[in-house]
Write a protein that binds this ligand. Structure first.
Ligand code: ATP
Ligand code: MN
Length: 470
């Protein structure tokens, strides 16, 4: 049967509402949010299909053949098809409504057991029903904004000629020597082969230890040093037992890597990137953003608008530390040159001192990863962090060390084994070039945009310590 003749041909509610085609006939399909019966003998059904925050108001007249047998039994969560003529709505709250001449029920939802009855549920409760929470306004809005941000990220890089690179999820290397990785094995865990009292990985699937990746950066550098500009955008895993509102065990990371690019070019790209993503969301997700502004955090739109229009303040770590030492505010973590800045320090710089986003550069080498390019002073590296109000660090990046001998020395200095990084070192032997990149946690960015306090609420199926229900 052709799709034209299919009973499942529909128009999305977002399209019906934006069409404004009063007098046209539409078929819509979705899930009932509410049903109200008027004394005059007809019913109002609010239908949502996920295509936008707004539902479509459907007028179901008692003349419908199944009005008494089915329509008046519709409850929150039932799925239906409704067809009819779009009309101007005399009621408050909506411009148009669909005067149904046909309503068919796909599936019922027993009000005694369907969990989404009450209007408002706590986010904690909704996390326990991850199979139903996208039917709520908040999680529908998050899903649409997340989708729009993913599109904007690809668009940003594609427009500039970056190659989208798929780096491996199963990794043989521990990117930053930072531990906290999930192991990947095909061993029967009841009978793990041993040799001299240790696990014999030579008998495992990969004939050696394997992990889930914590970052695609090192592999992205390989492709940057052949393709020019590349980016990764994929899942990343951390087995750190941090039960915070900002950490997931599985999250998505965006990592551009650019050949022939120094720290200044890197900073410029990161600023351009943030501005473009935020203005895309402001322009394309207005209804959802207004919802977040009203129900989640009343500053979200103002914050994004300010970021898009303001210049970012760029200064060195050393200059920032001088400012923090002189600050008229008491910090929980005292400041001295060499410390890793805490979010209280980062927020103070953005919110109190500069009143705008801040980029800090040239951090002490001891608090940064081994691959960052050493400055002439031998004390600092060409690192950069982009700090924004409310959350602090949102992007972290650096110019990479491109000198073989200096990189070799840094690897040793950090207590790592140069043999594990033989291929990474070889990139500095054969046609090495200045190159830079940054990393950005996708969920942290969505938290910033939507104002949602807990990172578990901006990813469809959060993985956190002790939590793998879905
Ligand atoms: P944090 O200090 O917050 O744990 P990090 O220094 O470990 O972050 P990086 O290793 O620099 O972070 O990772 C790059 C980006 O990935 C971070 O800026 C952050 O946005 C994001 N990120 C890091 N760890 C997590 C996590 N567990 N869950 C979600 N996002 C994360
Ligand atoms: Mn961390």
């Amino acid at each position: 049967m052709g799709r034209e003749k299919s009973m499942l041909k529909r128009t999305r509610i977002a399209q019906v509402l934006s069409s404004g085609e009063i007098g046209s006939r539409f078929t819509v399909m979705g899930w009932v949010r509410t049903r109200r019966d008027s004394k005059a003998g007809f019913s109002f059904i609010e239908l949502n299909d996920g295509s936008c925050l707004s539902g479509l108001q459907i007028i179901a007249d008692a003349e419908l053949s199944n009005y008494h047998s089915e329509v008046v039994k519709l409850q929150t969560g039932c799925s239906i098809r409704a067809a009819g003529i779009l009309a101007a709505s005399p009621g408050k709250g909506q411009k148009v409504e669909l005067k149904a001449d046909e309503i068919a029920v796909f599936g019922w939802a027993d009000p005694e057991t369907y969990p989404l009855q009450k209007k408002r549920h706590s986010f904690e409760f909704l996390r326990t029903i991850a199979h139903l929470r996208p039917r709520t306004n908040t999680f529908g809005a998050v899903a649409r904004v997340r989708n729009a941000m993913a599109w904007a990220i690809h668009n940003f890089f594609q427009k500039r000629g970056f190659i989208y690179l798929h780096t491996p999820i199963i990794s043989g290397s521990d990117c930053e020597g930072a531990g906290e990785m999930f192991k990947v094995t095909a061993f029967d865990l009841g009978h793990i082969p041993q040799r001299a009292g240790e696990v014999d990985f030579s008998k495992d699937f990969f004939a050696g230890p394997a992990n889930l990746t914590v970052s695609g950066q090192l592999e992205a550098e390989i492709y940057a040093l052949s393709m020019g500009d590349v980016y990764t955008f994929g899942p990343t895993f951390r087995a750190e037992n941090s039960n915070t509102s900002r950490h997931l065990a599985e999250f998505w990371m965006v990592e551009p890597e650019m050949a022939f690019c120094d720290l200044e070019g890197n900073v410029a790209l990161a600023i351009e990137f943030l501005k473009e993503i935020f203005s895309h969301i402001l322009q394309n997700c207005r209804e959802d953003m207004r919802f977040f502004e009203r129900f989640i955090d009343d500053s979200v739109i103002k914050t994004l608008e300010a970021l898009v229009s303001q210049d970012f303040e760029i200064l060195s770590y050393t200059e920032a530390v001088k400012i923090l030492i002189k600050a008229d505010q008491k910090f929980e973590f005292p400041v001295e040159w060499g410390i890793d800045l805490q979010s209280e320090h980062e927020r103070y710089l953005c919110e109190k001192v500069f009143k705008r986003p801040v980029v800090l550069t040239d951090y002490p080498k001891a608090i940064k990863a081994f691959y960052m390019k050493l400055n002439e002073d031998q004390k600092t590296v060409r690192a950069m962090d982009v700090l924004v109000p409310r959350v602090g660090e949102i992007v972290g990046g650096s110019q990479r060390e491109d000198d073989h001998d200096r990189l070799y020395a840094r690897i040793q200095e950090m207590g790592l084994n140069p043999a594990d990084y033989w291929w990474y070192l070889e990139l500095r032997k054969f046609g090495s070039v200045p190159h830079s990149g940054f990393g950005l946690g996708f969920e942290r960015l969505i938290q910033f945009v939507t104002g949602l306090a807990n990172i578990r609420d901006v990813i469809p199926f959060p993985r956190t310590p002790g939590n793998l229900t879905f």
